[in-house]
Design a protein. Structure first.
Length: 149
């Protein structure tokens, strides 16, 4: 194909083509596990997760091609607030909030311990394709600060 008709990749930071949030790199293995098979060819490496909760885009590539919420095999956090924070061990926002209500960290701590174990399957279950520890801890600290106000 003539290069005049092919969009060149931008070499800048990977920003979501819809909301302009900075994307997080994900592997092809993560995409293979989470993107509907009929849409998997619509996005190429390198690919990125749009972490903006309000944006319809879940994954995008540097050519501006996207896979939206309807293109993933299951709901993913933060696109769906009801989706687990930790996809491997199903820890939800409600679980973290229950810990805070009870004045403990039982569920959150158990998830963190499990996430550090060999049982974690982050590459193929987490929408980021990596450990959810930062997401879980960040959500816990955010909610704890809200509860203390």
């Amino acid at each position: 194909m003539n290069k005049a008709f092919v969009k060149e990749q931008d070499q800048d930071d990977p920003f979501c083509p819809r909301c302009k949030s900075l994307g997080e790199a994900v592997s092809g293995e993560t995409l293979d596990a989470l993107v509907r098979r009929d849409l998997r060819g619509d996005i190429s490496a390198p690919a990125y997760l749009c972490g903006s909760a309000g944006c319809e885009v879940v994954y995008f590539d540097l050519f501006g091609r996207v896979v939206g919420r309807e293109g993933v095999l299951r709901p993913v956090y933060p696109k769906d607030a009801g989706a687990p924070l930790c996809a491997c061990f199903e820890l939800t926002c409600e679980d973290v909030e229950a810990d805070l209500t009870e004045g403990g960290v039982t569920r959150t701590r158990a998830c963190i311990d499990q996430a550090k174990s060999d049982a974690a399957r982050c590459l193929t279950t987490s929408p980021q394709g990596r450990s959810c520890l930062a997401t879980v801890q960040g959500y816990y600290l955010k909610k704890k600060a809200e509860w203390q106000r």
